[in-house]
Write a protein that binds this ligand. Structure first.
Ligand code: ATP
Ligand code: MG
Length: 468
């Protein structure tokens, strides 16, 4: 056990946890705040959620508290709903043997808080605070590592990583989210533990990836995942972008495709997972679509249709990583549209057609993605209005906002007449009616002033006569 003269001995216990402790104590149990909440409080950040370790067993906790969800009872974890909080309560464990690098072979609910801390992943996550006294229990020097901003395993890195191969991925994720370095022996053990990584379920990898993508700048951690050989296990399509140059003589691209994707990810808003995912995958099909031909003595590089193929690949990858279908489809849609091209000469109808296709809901995200893409080319934030390219983008934005503010019709349901109106006017239901509606919609996309029943009904009858 380490002694750290500068380490704190005590921490204020949040009121809700002090109240909870009274219930534990009256029944003769002890309880400790552990994990991320302790770490984040010591870092001066707000604790996101509370994890409690106790010698009470799940059945005791269920008896003591009114609202308890048995979230992971076989691992000794239940979730207690208490004073508006969701608090994870886990019984002290001392585990033995992990033959599959995932699940302990046997969990026994014996042991004390020090046993419990010794099975945690990193020293910064292996600090406990007594809910009764506020005393800090820090047997592995976690406070010193937090001060030095270091990620270090509890015990031998190789042994701990091969015991549960998610831990190396967590180390990399924490390095991005906390801005900590990984201690050298811990870092060196990561590539050595890669043979075990195949045993990590994709759901656990996905959860870490989501957290990693919420970091200020995910590029460093993504590079680490790649260099340690983890990226190619879970997302080989991304790893295949390494070394794919996109130099086209015009000097737009100083990075290869993979670095460009990493930096685009940095340039996307950190609180927008959809755009971060789209930024990470937007050029994923470039290796497959790259063509080089010589023209006028220069090499011309093209990636024809990479956005469409990229959308399909993104949907496939995110589905494989078990992202919700809604997320997978939406990110894929953004990828599919990221090459949108606008010119000042566009008519109002062209602007509205663009909006109809990408939907007003996706427009903000698509612009964020475009800005992220530009950031990913230079690692400098594009100054809107600062060059001819972004002047056009600003103009496009303004025209889109104008169309939305005027509430221009953007879908069939915005038409001033519907199918029933046309049926009443004498057009029989069926395929032709559908075609008439579509033609009316095309008309009002070109000229929103036509969107009144008085103008559309005669026009609709006219179309009907032509289509018959
Ligand atoms: P955050 O919630 O901010 O992502 P956290 O540290 O709370 O960070 P959780 O995944 O909520 O992370 O886990 C809570 C605690 O459980 C950790 O702090 C750590 O002590 C322990 N822990 C989680 N996963 C593992 C693991 N794979 N191996 C060992 N200990 C773990
Ligand atoms: Mg947590």
């Amino acid at each position: 056990m380490r002694q750290d003269a500068t380490a704190r001995r005590r921490m204020d216990v949040p009121r809700v946890l002090a109240k909870m402790d009274r219930i534990f104590a009256e029944a003769g149990f002890e309880a400790y705040l552990v994990g991320g909440a302790v770490r984040d409080t010591l870092l001066g950040a707000r604790a996101s959620d509370y994890d409690i370790a106790t010698n009470a067993e799940p059945q005791d906790v269920i008896r003591l508290f009114r609202r308890v969800i048995p979230t992971g009872i076989q691992h000794g974890t239940v979730t207690v709903l208490f004073m508006g909080h969701r608090i994870e309560v886990t019984t002290f464990r001392s585990e033995s043997g992990y033959t599959d690098s995932r699940h302990p072979d046997a969990v026994s609910f014996r042991g004390d808080i020090e046993d419990d801390l010794s099975r945690r992943d990193f020293t910064m996550n292996a600090i406990a605070v007594s809910l009764k006294t506020g005393e800090i229990i820090d047997p592995f020097g976690g406070q010193g590592d937090i001060r030095r901003r270091l990620i270090r395993t509890v015990g031998s890195p190789y042994a701990r990583f091969t015991e549960d191969a998610l831990r190396p991925i967590r180390a990399i994720r924490f390095s991005a989210c906390l801005g900590f370095d990984i201690d050298m022996p811990t870092l060196e053990a990561i590539p050595l533990s890669v043979p075990w990584i195949g045993q990590v379920s994709v759901e656990r990898f996905r959860d870490e990836l989501v957290k990693l993508l919420g970091a200020g700048e995910p590029s460093g951690a993504l590079g680490l995942l790649e260099n340690c050989g983890i990226l190619r296990i879970f997302i080989p399509e991304l790893a295949a972008c390494r070394g794919v140059g996109q130099g086209d003589g015009r000097g737009f691209h100083q990075f290869d495709v993979l670095d460009h994707l990493y930096y685009s990810c940095d340039g996307a808003p950190r609180d927008n997972l959809n755009v971060r995912l789209a930024a990470l995958f937007h050029d994923i099909a470039k290796p497959l679509t790259k063509k080089t031909r010589r023209k006028d003595g220069e090499d011309l590089v093209t990636f024809y249709n990479h956005e469409r193929l990229g959308a399909d690949m993104t949907l496939r990858i995110l589905t494989r990583l078990r992202f919700p279908q809604k997320t997978a489809r939406y990110a894929a849609r953004l990828v599919g549209e990221h090459m949108f091209h606008y010119e000042s000469s566009w008519s109002g109808g062209a602007v509205r057609r663009f909006l109809t296709r990408v939907t007003p809901e996706a427009v903000d995200d698509l612009f964020s993605l475009r800005l992220a893409d530009v950031y990913g080319m230079t690692r400098r934030a594009p100054v809107l209005g600062g060059n001819p390219w972004s002047d056009t983008l600003v103009e496009f934005r303004d025209r889109i906002e104008g169309a939305l503010a005027r509430r221009d019709a953007l879908s069939l349901k915005d038409l001033a007449v519907n199918g029933d109106d046309l049926i009443k006017a004498g057009i029989p239901p069926g395929r032709v009616l559908g075609e008439v509606l579509r033609s009316l919609f095309e008309t009002i996309l070109d000229d929103p002033a036509e969107n009144t029943p008085e103008k559309l009904l005669p026009l609709g009858l006219n179309y009907y006569r032509k289509y018959q």
